[in-house]
Design a protein around this ligand. Structure first.
Ligand code: UT7
Length: 323
């Protein structure tokens, strides 16, 4: 059988770091409130010359270098983003062009914070169906461009950044002990679409709009949805949470991460946390966390890794893989 194995990962962050204290001069908030309620201490904010495409390109180049590959080796790009450079064409084709690729195909995927998890499963399906062999999966966002900077309930939560992963199809005996993507579980439920959304769009207001969120409502659903989908992915993979080496959750709120891990019975030392450094970077959050844990040597070849995310839509999902 064909398995999609991870060949490399890479990340990119805007130059500017914005600490919580800076928000005290913009809105009625405090560093203490932000840290206590979310765990966030800082986030990166894109400058004018830094876009979803430029950050995505930088993360892609880092992943290619990590894998020892060049753009010539890639035949598909899928970019998870809710903040594309333009409504169309897909920002993925801009990244394709920036990488000097005139072959293969590229498209965007829009599942908000779950985008990277959705994109990994799409890449895996394309690989296993034979449509692609080596896929560049990118999560890249510039949420700073769609924030209402006068709304303290949202502007303190999000940040910009990008992460990328290269998946390659290889012949495999297909055992639990073999490398690659083992199982996945995806969900969405549009009846929750007004709890986290952007109040604009081409077909409605002809504007880009600003992010709006009923934070408490999202919070209320998050832990249950995350643990359901994680348990489903684990069951499909034929393992339990105790077998995991690493839990790499979506980085929206440290309290959600802690509560989910506790409910799943995953000890703190197996949970990768970067929310204090990046804030919520939506589709970029899981690959940014993965990139950090690979770079510092925590995640190693052979480890069992569980990725999960939950966000606007609502959408939610989990991917189980052997690194
Ligand atoms: O990535 C997609 C998924 N998104 C998420 O997972 C986000 C989920 N939601 C959350 O993380 C949390 O709900 C928040 C961090 C957004 C808010 O935390 P909370 O503990 O749910 O607070 P809350 O919304 O219940 O607000 C508590 C109080 C309110 O004041 P009152 O009504 O008690 O007087 C808010 O107005 O905190 C107030 N507040 C703030 N105070 C200082 C809200 N934002 C701020 C702020 N600074 N930035």
């Amino acid at each position: 059988m064909i398995r999609s194995i991870v060949r490399g990962v890479g990340t990119a962050l805007p130059r500017r770091i914005m600490k919580n204290a800076e928000f005290e001069t913009l809105v009625d908030t405090t560093d203490e409130w932000i840290v206590q309620r979310t765990g966030i201490r800082q986030r990166h904010v894109a400058a004018e010359d830094e876009t979803t495409a430029s950050l995505g390109e930088a993360a892609a180049r880092a992943a290619l270098a990590n894998a020892g590959l060049t753009p010539a080796d890639i035949d598909m790009i899928v970019l998870a983003t809710s903040t594309p450079n333009n409504t169309f064409p897909a920002t993925a084709v801009e990244i394709q062009e920036r990488l000097g690729m005139r072959h293969g195909f590229a498209f965007d995927m829009q599942a908000v914070c779950s985008g990277f998890v959705y994109a990994v499963t799409a890449a895996d399906s394309h690989i296993r169906s034979g449509l692609a062999r080596r896929v560049l999966v990118i999560g890249a966002e510039t949420f700073s461009r769609i924030l209402d900077w006068s709304d303290r309930t949202t502007c303190v939560l999000f940040g910009d950044g990008a992460g990328a992963m290269i998946l390659e199809g290889v012949e495999s005996p297909g055992l639990l002990t073999d490398r690659g993507i083992l199982a996945a579980s995806l969900r969405s439920d549009g009846s929750h679409r007004d709890k986290l959304y952007v109040d604009g769009g081409p077909s409605t207001t002809q504007t880009v709009g600003h992010l709006r969120m009923e934070g408490r409502e999202v919070f209320k659903h998050a832990v249950g949805m995350i643990t359901d989908v994680v348990e489903d992915a684990l069951a499909r993979g034929g393992i339990t949470a105790q077998d995991l080496d690493w839990f790499v959750p979506h980085q929206a709120n440290k309290r959600i991460i802690d509560a989910s891990a506790r409910k799943l019975g995953i000890p703190e030392e197996k949970v990768v946390v970067t929310v204090h450094l990046h804030g919520n970077t939506s589709a970029a959050s899981v690959p940014l966390a993965l990139g950090a844990a690979v770079a510092d040597g925590r995640i190693r070849q052979g480890d069992l890794v569980l990725l999960e995310a939950m966000g606007g839509g609502f959408t939610w999902g989990a991917v189980l893989l052997r690194w």
